[in-house]
Ligand binder design. Sequence first.
Ligand code: FDA
Length: 396
Amino acid sequence: MHVDVIVIGAGASGMMCAATAGSRGRRVLLIDHYPKLAEKIRISGGGRCNFTNRDLRADSFLSQNPHFCRSPLSRYTPRDFIALVERHGIRYHEKTLGQLFCDDSSQRIIDLLKAECDAGGVHWQRPSEVLGVAREGDLFRVDTDRGARFATSLVIASGGLTVPKMGATPFGYRVATQFGLKVVPPKPALVPLALDPEWLSRFGDLSGASFDSIACCDGPPFREQTLITHRGLSGPAILQASSYWQQAGGGEAVHIDLLPDIDDAERWLYDAREGGRTLAALLAEHLPRRFAQQWTDFEGAGKWNAALIELPRPVLAGIAARLKDWPLQPSGTLGFNKAEVTLGGVDTRELDQKTMSARRVPGLHFVGEVVDVTGWLGGYNFQWAWSSGWCAGQAA
Ligand code: FDA
């Protein structure tokens, strides 16, 4: 079978790319090996798909080449995707921080993409295994379990390594390597962090407790919830910081501000001294009660349990510093099974930012999560899938 474009991977970026190329009159074949269509969209955003972010900025993406994503994101913007969502009559709402979710179900976004592909006359081949790809003259040859397929353009939209049980494979990295392109080593990102057994013996029994916080690790601060788990820490603030922790090599501490609304914590403690209150009782006004007690016991090694009025000012200053900057050294992450995205991927220095094609291999494009562009939590990664998929679909 000969077509103009073969897209491998029928997830967010692959369907967007196929629909865009199809709408330009290109004959497109979309191949995916997983029995269910776009499972990651279906489970995303707690089943409601946080499909973009209204406040999207290019500096909300991590990459070894941070400027690369600017062009695709400015050519196909959140506004463009929102317009598409509205054309399909999908109702949505903003939850927080510019994050847009479907009102009913993420299935609506899958249906939208499927309908756009069908409108573009895209041919589907799924589920189907890809056995190998090769360059044959001006064409790409894709060997599948249903025979060889040929195209002038090949788009790799096979995603990253997160959630292997939903079809994730290292296929895209292998293709890149096969064609001599560099790959930034993939790591789990937006991922819960593991803490050592000593920390877990102190706090692990609080699993499920969460609190408002600012988390930071070698990157911007994130003001969101931190969640204690039986393995360590999670919650949006930690997931965001985890990407920067991974980018920094995993040796840094994650710093947590436990009192994000209180600027001068030393003065706040000092002013609260009257009335015989303890530190734990005061903290319980801002943090889960048991956490406040266990934090006080652990960090103060038993010396901070007296009434505040009995603690000298330098001790209050030390407590304040610790509350505003609680450093924790993760022992690792919970890995690709629990991560939301993959940091790293096909090195963007190998790619043309207008077409997402490999500079050294004309006609070979990479889009979506397989590329070394990783967004923050909050709709950024889908927007990258839409933008990069659309750019490749305009060129392939
Ligand atoms: P995606 O993973 O969507 O698709 C890749 C496709 O390639 C899959 O269909 C797979 O089967 C196929 N494939 C892989 N290997 C293949 C092979 N060898 N042969 C053939 N086909 C192959 N982001 C966001 O912005 N908002 C959100 O709400 C969420 N929520 C969320 C929740 C959870 C639990 C996860 C795990 C992830 C998210 N994300 C998210 C991230 C988002 O899902 C992700 O960034 C995009 O799906 C990436 O789109 P891609 O098209 O690149 O890959």
